[in-house]
Design a binder for this molecule. Structure first.
Ligand SMILES: Nc1ncnc2c1ncn2[C@@H]1O[C@H](COP(=O)(O)OP(=O)(O)OP(=O)(O)O)[C@@H](O)[C@H]1O
Length: 597
């Protein structure tokens, strides 16, 4: 024998309140939604039927109840049994069970949300299609009663009456109800009145009429301040017809944390869904907050978020394209404003440039990168240098910028987020653009070697310097270069850097691994780091000309240590030991020299 499911309503209400809805306040949204849907249904056959929803809070009813009245389609007695007493049954779906466009509701569970705040819900209703007024009383324990009404309603329509459950009265007060009605229903195309006073504007902010574009801009600015808490840098009109979507994007005037979720305000057929919808826009567009209305995107059953489907994915892309077009337009029509925008939101734009050629062009032309010759755009950089050379890290840039700048060697700091990827994508703008990571040894080709006479004079010192650093695996090279204030440069070719990593790994490894790494290292033999001594530096010259070899050796050690430190190179134990040794040795020399004075 087949039987029907039994439903324990208390379990269902518990499920709704703890898992589906985030707050009991949704009961009012559901009541307003039902009232508006009923009005829509009635006006399909009777366009002159009243489009008013009247709310009477306990302060006006005087009996502690809240009433919501509409002049909508109403329900006949069979409909009451069918629709109000069956969970999941809705009159707002078509024969195929699809949500009908003209209605807000679709799931057939909304009325249950009244049990979040009341133990008893009374519905007094008269159908516009005829029949007497019926009264349905539902209780949160799952029982309901349908009786003929004591008094006939003078007009078709429905009145829902809630008596607050003890402890839930605050959700039904006049002030709370007014607040919720404006929040959820301000834009609904019906009049919503509380205690006889209209409380909603009936229009979305971008649909209001204004005497001039300036007046519209001022009103939208005021709206953004009120709703989002900031005066927007700019306002972008949005439209995605496939999603029945219109709206606005407000550009933040201050930097936003890309990781922080910026919620968008979303209306569904003019009823507020939520003001913290995320994933409406692509992630890179974290610099805008939107307010939109959509007829086609689907809500989740809790009606507080959008359902993730293909249409939402397409909409997200379309909205992203509109924000991006605004940026491109700004670059053409108001470059100074674009620059101001970039100074605040460059991270978002750079992220976008990683997969969008137009944005790449914007960054190329307008975003000043850090270069050895000061900040300049990549486009400007290419006018001065044939090759876009960049450092792999900010440390490398810091070490080499002064030297590169002094040789007029073009160098871009690749240490900031996205910059290397952006530079690598430059050939997409023009295949003739050459982009290369700096090989530090390249820079040294610009340095002058000493002339033969000087070289001969320095030979004993250079031999001593080479011996001093030999055990550390470092070669010494004398050169003259600018700036003279820089005494020495520790230069690693990329192969040398790898070999060095291997060496430091070996010094930290146990015997077995040291053997393995040693075998690997043999392949990188010959690639050793170099300490380039700057012969234009007065201290270097004095060290080179020191009469006492032990003082000269200490000087070389100190120059080596200083070059490692200033280039942020990792110090191995033997490097630290050498630094200590040279420091103490030089101190001893200084003290001795002081003592003889
Ligand atoms: N004020 C009203 N006037 C006329 N019919 C109503 C009214 N309120 C509810 N109903 C009827 O009761 C049905 C169930 O309402 P309920 O709010 O539970 O679900 P829904 O509005 O269909 O969908 P959703 O769960 O998405 O809100 C509705 O489909 C509608 O037919």
């Amino acid at each position: 024998m087949e039987r029907a499911f039994q439903v324990d309503l208390r379990g269902v209400v518990d499920l709704l309140s703890h898992h589906l809805y985030t707050s009991p306040q949704v009961y009012l949204r559901e009541l307003l939604q039902n009232a508006v849907d009923a009005i829509t249904a009635r006006r399909q056959s009777d366009p002159d039927a009243p489009a008013v929803v009247a709310i009477d809070p306990p302060e006006t009813t005087g009996d502690g109840t809240l009433r919501v009245r509409d002049g909508g389609i109403g329900l006949s007695e069979p409909e009451v049994h069918e629709l109000l007493a069956t969970i999941g049954r809705s009159s707002k779906r078509d024969e195929l069970g699809m949500a009908r466009h003209e209605f807000l509701g679709q799931f057939g569970i909304g009325l249950l949300s009244c049990f979040l705040v009341a133990d008893e819900v009374r519905v007094l209703t008269r159908s516009a299609r005829g029949g007497p007024t019926v009264e349905w009383t539902g209780r949160s324990d799952g029982r309901y009663r349908v009786t003929p009404a004591a008094h006939e309603r003078p007009e078709p329509g429905t009145t829902v009456t809630l008596r607050p459950r003890p402890g839930m009265e605050q959700w039904l007060t006049g002030a709370m109800v007014a607040d919720l009605a404006v929040r959820y229903a301000d834009a609904l195309p019906v009049e919503i009145s509380i205690g006889g006073r209209r409380v909603n504007s009936g229009a979305l902010p971008w649909q209001h009429r204004h005497p001039s574009p300036a007046a519209r801009a001022a009103a939208l600015r005021e709206y953004a301040e009120r709703v989002f808490g900031f005066a927007p840098f700019d306002v972008i009109d949005l439209a995605v017809p496939e999603a029945g979507l219109t709206g606005l994007a407000f550009v933040l005037p201050m930097a936003a944390n890309p990781a922080a979720r910026s919620g968008h305000r979303v209306y569904l057929r003019r009823m507020l869904l939520s003001d913290s919808v995320d994933k409406l826009l692509p992630e890179w567009a974290f610099f805008v907050r939107c307010v939109v209305d959509t007829g086609e995107l689907r809500p989740t059953a809790g009606r507080e978020a959008l359902y993730e489907d293909d249409l939402l994915a397409d909409t997200r892309e379309a909205l992203g394209a509109q924000v991006r077009d605004w940026l491109v337009r700004l670059a053409v029509t108001a470059p100074d404003r674009l620059q101001r925008f970039l100074s605040v939101h460059h991270l978002g734009v750079k992220a976008l440039a990683l997969h969008d050629v137009e944005m790449l062009r914007v960054v190329d032309r307008w975003w000043p990168m850090e270069t050895a010759a000061g900040p300049m755009t990549l486009a400007e950089f290419r006018r001065r240098h044939p090759v876009v050379r960049y450092t792999a890290t900010a440390d490398e840039f810091r070490e080499l910028a002064a030297v590169a700048g002094a040789q007029n060697f073009g160098l871009v700091n690749g240490g900031y987020a996205y910059d290397i990827e952006i530079m690598r994508r430059l050939p997409l703008l023009d295949p003739a653009i050459t982009v290369r990571r700096l090989e530090p040894a390249e820079l040294t080709t610009y340095f002058e070697p000493p002339d033969p006479a000087l070289e001969a004079r320095l030979r004993p010192f250079l031999r001593l310097a080479a011996d001093t650093l030999h055990t550390l695996g470092c070669d010494v090279a004398p050169r003259s270069f600018d700036p003279p204030s820089l005494p020495a440069l520790y230069v690693l070719s990329r192969a040398a850097a790898q070999a060095e990593e291997m060496r430091s790994a070996r010094s930290a490894a146990n015997e077995l691994w040291a053997g393995v790494l040693g075998a690997v290292d043999a392949t990188g033999a010959g690639e050793r780091p170099q300490l380039i001594l700057n012969l234009r530096n007065p201290v270097v010259r004095r060290v080179a000309e020191a009469a006492d070899p032990s003082l000269a050796a200490l000087g070389v050690q100190a120059l080596y240590g200083q070059a490692l430190l200033s280039g942020h190179h990792p110090l191995r134990p033997q490097d630290s030991a050498l630094l200590n040794h040279s420091f103490l040795g030089l101190l001893e020399w200084a003290m001795a020299a002081g003592g003889t004075r």
